[in-house]
Design a protein around this ligand. Sequence first.
Ligand code: GLA
Length: 381
Amino acid sequence: MDNTQVRKKFREHFGTSGELYFSPGRINLIGEHTDYNGGFVLPGAIDKGMLAEIKINGTNKVRAYSVDLDEYAEFGMNEADVPAQSWARYIFGVVREIAKRGGQVEGFDTAFSGDVPLGAGLSSSAALESTFAFALNEIFRLGIDKFELAKIGQATEHNYCGVKCGIMDQFASVFGKEGHLIRLDCRSLEYEYVPFNPVGYKVVLIDSVVKHELASSAYNRRRESCEAVVAAIRKHHPEVSLLRDADMQMLAEVKNEVSTEDYMRAEYVIEEIQRLLDACEALKKGDYKTVGEKMYGTHHGMSKLYEVSCEELDYLNDVARECGVTGSRVMGGGFGGCTINLVPEDKYDHFIETAVKGFKAKFGKEPKIYPVKIGDGSRKL
Ligand code: GLA
């Protein structure tokens, strides 16, 4: 990412220069809404993210400038000092979560900017959290390991931004590796880098440009549904502590004890955990056809059972199928954002053209196209 603007704005505001840090956004090939259920995910960091210039300022305040929003915020670092701007709360949250872990952070100046599209399901917020968690850890020599850096970002979402997210986004942002996906067991945090170079295919995101206003409360409700089903299953099977431990048989046993909606949510999650494992097996053999079928399976589940898709995303999924795209599905939390598509190279141009044209005609707005490149995780530049 070009650092000219950040450098320029930092100098304008603070009259000096600092160090540059970067953390990426992420894609996820398959395994959606499985992380907070203790299941597996298969994300990869992308070549787009958040860039921040940072320098210790000798005060006990953070002075932060968002280049993209052209907004400035100044805040203290105690629990009561919550900044008014929602973007500043990500930085404040990271500072607080570090402090809760005993880390000593002093005041600093920062200017930051990103090239991950906001609200597209590419985890621009995780990129922002990871950038600051990683940078402050280095600048103040805190000795926090990478697992804990990811957890600091996640806790920031929980405690300062109102989203009870899983660990996937922050983990992918911190641990990303060029050319690789990360097969992460979200319960144990054991992970494996899976080389991802689908010869003969292109991976592309199509952004529906839909942003769901109430996405975070809807997201939190999905999580509550999963927890309600676990509570019901536990009465019969005390060993079950997350949906990861449950199977369809156990779910069937509690059918009359949970709401229809909660049942559908859990059905999706249990199936999705298995779909991911199947897709990983297929990936090892270079069997992209099966990987693609599983992706379509995920879309169907997210649309009909988990109900986190929307008309625009369902439309993009249908077009993908009609154009012979190998795999396609809504990616990330849902409620808008992108589909991720595994497209045979010879079908690529036709697919993009058809999707863009059809989408415009049907919804009166233009979808955005982002070709995917898998990049490295958090780093100093
Ligand atoms: C959001 C959350 C993640 C994960 C995905 C869905 O991106 O931040 O933790 O739950 O949704 O897979």
